[in-house]
Design a protein around this ligand. Structure first.
Ligand code: ADP
Ligand code: MG
Length: 424
């Protein structure tokens, strides 16, 4: 007998049985799960069908619970391969080397979207060589496993980081007492020419949903945020976090923080950039971002422990420089789902409803969709191309075209999705 198509799979919930969820958070995701038709909160000691857990809780589930065929979890077991800063850098460097070996240097240049990065103390000497090759440059230190801008600082002089010198910890001199290892950090070249809006730096938060690594299936959400700093950008005050770190957690502690003005939708940003630089320049910028999403996922594809129960909603942090080149800062496995204002709330609720629509526990989809609400399928064991690509869309750019619409058609998508999720 031929294999069953996904559309013909028997759906456990077809007879109207409720889908039981568990949720470790009390923010937008809880609201979405609670308000979704046909879904009920599972009792604390009862069975569940869907779980939205924090990163730590997921191991407890894997290690101690039998997972029924149909259940879904919101993290892959080794999600940290991409979402811990040192491992992301390691995996990206490895991919770049691999492409260089197989396809040559030119092709490998497509991986030049993350700033030079070294892990400390392990790669201290390599870092010092790079540091000396770039006199006067700024560097940024980030603890590998922290978030929200915690523990980050900028520096220009080597003496500011002598605590992380490798030889202090692995001394061969018996008489010298070994120091306790400091917290592991990465040191990264600081992108000192960010694109500025009204004199302020910003970065982007973009949502990518991976529903499988083998074969790789990844969706890009059309909407996201630009997070602006409160203070005007300058390079004189490198210790001022309000100037250099765009994290909302940092910016909201600024005395004159304005929750409305500090976040733009990517749609708004795209319109702004198009007005300033024209359609083609902005298309090229967004196509370069597509390359970041795809290459970063490919960099871990072989090491990820694929599991049909798992999906991951990644929050990408992307910085755009003054030459309209996008840079990957980091990838988060638990992007903040707390809303900072009403627009933020609406976008997050619509996005999360669409995550559930893509996962399709209700069995409404055929499995062939290239778009579900605000999510577009960008990779399905290979590149996905848009169906109705206008001829002139090939334009002057040599960059690959994929089925992605970041910052486009947002309002239509969100209204439609909110409607779909709450009233169907
Ligand atoms: N290499 C860099 N160049 C310029 N700014 C950076 C760089 N890396 C990080 N930043 C800024 O610092 C913020 C926090 O860094 P990130 O890597 O996202 O760590 P966290 O996990 O603390 O959010 C970013 O959102 C960005 O504004
Ligand atoms: Mg971040």
């Amino acid at each position: 007998m031929p294999a069953q198509k996904s559309s013909q799979k028997i759906n456990k919930f077809a007879d109207g049985q409720p889908i039981r969820f568990r949720c470790a958070m009390q923010n937008t995701i809880y609201d979405v799960l609670k308000n979704r038709k046909g879904w009920v909160e599972a009792s604390s000691d009862g069975d569940w069908d869907f779980i939205w857990s924090d990163k730590c809780g997921i191991h407890e589930i894997y290690d101690n619970q039998y997972l029924d065929e149909h259940v879904k979890l919101n993290h892959f077991r080794n999600h940290y391969e991409l979402t811990r800063k040192n491992l992301m850098a390691k995996n990206l460097k490895r991919l770049k080397k691999h492409i260089e070996r197989e396809q040559g240097k030119m092709e490998a240049n497509s991986c030049d979207f993350f700033p030079a990065t070294f892990e400390l103390p392990g790669e201290y000497h390599m870092f010092v060589e790079e540091f000396k090759r770039n006199p006067g440059k700024l560097w940024i230190m980030k603890p590998i496993a922290k978030s929200q801008g915690k523990g980050i600082f900028l520096f220009k002089k080597l003496k500011d980081i002598t605590d992380w010198r490798k030889e202090d910890y692995y001394s061969v001199d018996d008489k010298k007492e070994e120091k306790e290892q400091p917290e592991a950090y990465i040191v990264q070249r600081y992108i000192d020419n960010p694109y500025l809006i009204n004199g302020r730096k910003f970065d982007l938060r973009v949502y990518v949903l991976v529903t499988s690594y083998t074969p790789m299936k990844a969706w890009l959400y059309r909407e996201g945020f630009a997070r602006l700093t409160n203070s005007r950008y300058n390079l004189n005050s490198i210790d001022d976090q309000f100037v250099h770190l765009t994290n909302v957690a940092i910016q909201k502690t600024a005395p004159d923080y304005d929750p409305e003005g500090s976040k733009w939708s990517i749609h708004q940003l795209r319109l702004y950039l198009t007005a300033k630089h024209g359609v083609q320049a902005v298309k090229d910028l967004f196509r370069l971002m597509d390359i970041i999403f795809i290459k970063s996922l490919q960099s871990v594809q072989r090491v990820m422990i694929n599991d049909k129960h798992c999906f991951e909603l990644y929050g990408y942090d992307i910085l755009i420089d003054a030459d309209l080149k996008p840079w990957l800062c980091e990838i988060n496995a638990s992007p903040s789902l707390t809303a900072s204002n009403q627009t933020d709330y609406n976008i997050k609720v619509a996005m999360l409803s669409d995550v559930l629509n893509v996962l399709d526990m209700e069995g409404r989809l055929t499995g062939k969709e290239k778009r579900v609400g605000g999510f577009d399928l960008m990779w399905n064991d290979g590149p996905v191309f848009p169906d109705d690509l206008p001829i002139n869309d090939f334009g002057s750019s040599l960059l690959p075209i994929s089925n992605t619409f970041l910052g486009l058609l947002l309002r239509v998508a969100i209204v439609a999705v909110a409607f779909f999720s709450f009233f169907l």
